[in-house]
Design a protein around this ligand. Sequence first.
Ligand SMILES: [Zn+2]
Ligand SMILES: [Zn+2]
Length: 240
Amino acid sequence: MGGRQYIEAMRSALRSLWSQRPGLCPVCGLWCPGWTCGACLQRFAPPTARCLRCACRWGAGICPDCRQHPPALSACHAALDYSYPWDGLIARWKFHGELGLNSAWHGLLRDLPLALDDIEAILPIPLSTGRLAERGYNQAWELAKGLLHGDHRHKGLPQALVRLAEVPDQHRLSAAERRVNLRGVFGVHPETAARVHNARLLLVDDVMTTGATLSEAATTLLNAGARSVSAVVLARTPPA
Ligand SMILES: [Zn+2]
Ligand SMILES: [Zn+2]
């Protein structure tokens, strides 16, 4: 390991230790009784009305886009907007291994009206094998673990949805191009096909931009016989 890499690794370890200390808000760094302080939540994550099907900002009910083109997802929830300060925290968590933030994210996800009693299995959006080996963890599964408590603790199906191909970077693609880019990228693992068939499933992902990834995953699961597929994401990209 070179000197610069070593310093970066130490920095990341220290940041991780810091963010694992219970009682410190990850946004302002001040003591708080929960995992994120009320003042920061009120300032940066005020209650936001979202479309029930795609979680875009929308007054109430279903947005005009979803009414015109009903999405594969039966419902979609988002805890946050993908904007300051959450975008920076999510990048540290996702790319620099600051898994101490899991607790804050779990708290936010558990506050959403996910109706988990009606859900039979919870599935993370998978990473490709290469990306998983590089990062060491699938951030979507780290999020999903926060929902596996009480009566729901056996509902996790981390291996059911598999990524069959690596997708080139989607950042510069339009929504329509992303859909084409993702076609056929997911499959259902044969060993878990029986748990997917006729089941009500919840997909979990970290950030939703156009929704193309979740839509393709939901379509794959519906084609494999799922009864319904809903989704929850930590953060939704707000309109430009
Ligand atoms: Zn705070
Ligand atoms: Zn919508």
